[in-house]
Design a protein around this ligand. Structure first.
Ligand SMILES: [Zn+2]
Length: 509
């Protein structure tokens, strides 16, 4: 069995470290008991890491495939490849041939539990690179070409299908029928109002003689299907969040959700009316202009979901932390349920102890655990853990985290002052002169608070810079719902919530 030292230097980077120096570094991590093993070096001088078409690299792989290698040592991980996808595939091949892989600069060793874990996480993101690479290529050609055209199926109410040719492909496009569109807009607007149920909406349409213009009749089922269809919405980032949160696979990048176009939800429907697991579904932007504003459309979805909750109260899997949260008091899992709609018209989800809701044996934590709050907190903890795992620039990121937490506390204090000031103003205790001062003070506080938010944003973006192949910071920052869920599954064993609302994370590492 042999130990391979592999070095690569690309032409484009003049001042990068030479292959000879790389090999010296590799030699320094050979263990004493490995000194008698055969050492073979492979060098690719003047090759980029963008692909694997490198003579030395290919020779090395041939030797590995003959099961003649026990270990590969490199100076840095990106010597193997600059593409995460290639890198993960190569690691898989190393593993299949029982080859250990060590980097002298990063604390990376596949034979350690840490290394194995990192590979698992990298695989989640490599899959991501696979799909986003396809997206990037298409986007480079034409932003719009990524958007779907209406393929088959009956056209939805309000539209007619017209043939069109785009990018030399004959296809069909949805064309709005103005009189039907007016009806649809009216249906959304009425249903978005408080106290209007589907039944009542139906009655309104009947009494106002607003029959479907295609000669059929309305029913609550028909109206409900219509209200759920994203084909009518002007899809913006809120719509992206809504579907992303439900685990739907998003075909387009969030940057394309500009609030102009309608969208289509498609895919195998294991999605039954009372099941919110949409992970088999995909959402693609279409090329027609949407009809309904996203806030009205979302209001309607919240109402429809609320109806559903009566038949299916407690099993909405709408958190990427689902299944990981445990109530310390009774040991039962905590699941997300939907709370009341708050003042801003948003429905907040919170975690509820199933020992409390199903078995009535527990009182659960003292205060509500809001899903967004817990998700944000765990998100930050995972970022920090990932930067530790990488072994590099962790001190810098850690420093940032301390400062960020400090700023968050300052914001909390300002918010408290703002609230106190507001309360005093509302009691009418100030005369008009004092009121002017109070308003000035309020404006100043708000400005301070916004400045602090800016600073946090700045720190967050700084903490994740690195030109390394394993840039967990960037990968995690861009992770969507499904990837967050997958990474949480790998990294976290349990999250325990105590009676007084303290949170304890038990890591898998
Ligand atoms: Zn409990």
């Amino acid at each position: 069995m042999a130990i391979i030292l592999y070095a690569r230097k690309s032409v484009e980077r003049e001042n990068s470290i030479s292959c000879e120096t790389q090999l010296e570094h590799c030699k320094s991590v050979i263990k004493p008991d490995e000194r008698n093993e055969k050492i073979i070096t492979f060098i690719d001088n003047g090759f980029s890491g963008g692909n694997v078409n490198r003579a030395g690299f290919q020779k090395m792989m041939r030797l590995i495939r003959k099961d003649k290698v026990s270990k590969v040592i490199v100076y840095k991980l990106d010597r193997i490849s600059r593409s995460l996808l290639d890198f993960v595939n190569i690691l898989q091949e190393f593993k299949a041939h029982k080859v250990e892989f060590v980097s002298s600069q990063e604390s990376f060793d596949t034979s350690s539990p840490y290394g194995e874990l990192i590979v698992k996480i990298l695989m989640v993101f490599a899959e991501f690179e696979r799909t986003s690479a396809i997206n990037r290529v298409t986007q480079a050609y034409a932003h719009r070409s990524e958007m779907g055209f209406y393929m088959g199926g009956r056209q939805p109410y309000g539209f007619e299908l017209v043939p069109t040719v785009i990018h030399n492909i004959k296809t069909k496009k949805l064309n709005p029928i103005p009189s039907e569109i007016d009806q649809i807009r009216y249906i959304f607007e009425v249903y978005a109002k408080e106290n209007v149920s589907l039944r009542r909406l139906l009655n309104i349409l009947v009494t106002e003689n607003k029959k479907p213009l295609n000669g059929s009749d309305w029913s609550t089922a028909k109206i409900s299907t219509l209200l759920k269809n994203p084909i009518y919405v002007k899809a913006d980032s809120d719509i992206y969040d809504y579907y992303d949160r439900h685990g739907v696979q998003m075909v387009n990048d969030i940057s394309m959700f500009t609030g102009e176009y309608g969208a289509r939800l498609y895919g195998r429907t294991k999605h039954k009316p009372d099941n919110l697991d949409w992970s088999d579904m995909k959402l693609v932007l279409l090329t027609h202009t949407g009809i309904v504003d996203s806030d009205i459309w979302l209001k309607c979805q919240r109402k429809l979901e609320k109806n559903k909750r009566i038949t299916n109260s407690y099993s909405n899997q709408t958190s990427w932390l689902a299944g990981k949260i445990i109530c310390e008091k009774c040991g039962h899992t905590m699941t997300t349920i939907k709370g009341k709609i708050n003042k801003e018209g948003k429905m907040r989800r919170y975690f509820n102890c199933t020992g409390k809701s199903h078995k009535k044996i527990c009182t659960g934590p003292e205060l509500s655990i809001y899903a967004e709050d817990l998700e944000d907190m765990i998100y930050d903890c995972i970022s920090e853990k990932l930067s530790e795992l990488k072994g590099t620039n962790s001190t810098k990121t850690k420093g940032n985290t301390v400062e960020i937490n400090d700023l968050k506390l300052k914001i909390k204090a300002i918010e408290k002052s703002e609230k106190q000031l507001m309360d005093t103003i509302l009691t009418g205790a100030f005369n008009s002169d004092l009121l002017i001062l109070a308003n000035q003070k309020a404006t100043q506080l708000k400005k301070d608070r916004l400045d602090l938010y800016e600073r946090i944003k700045e720190l967050k973006s700084k903490g994740t810079e690195a030109d390394n192949i394993i840039n967990f910071g960037d990968l995690w920052k861009n992770a969507d719902y499904n990837r967050k869920k997958a990474v949480a599954m790998i990294m976290i064993h349990k999250i325990i919530i105590s009676e007084n609302n303290s949170v304890k994370i038990i890591w898998n590492i």
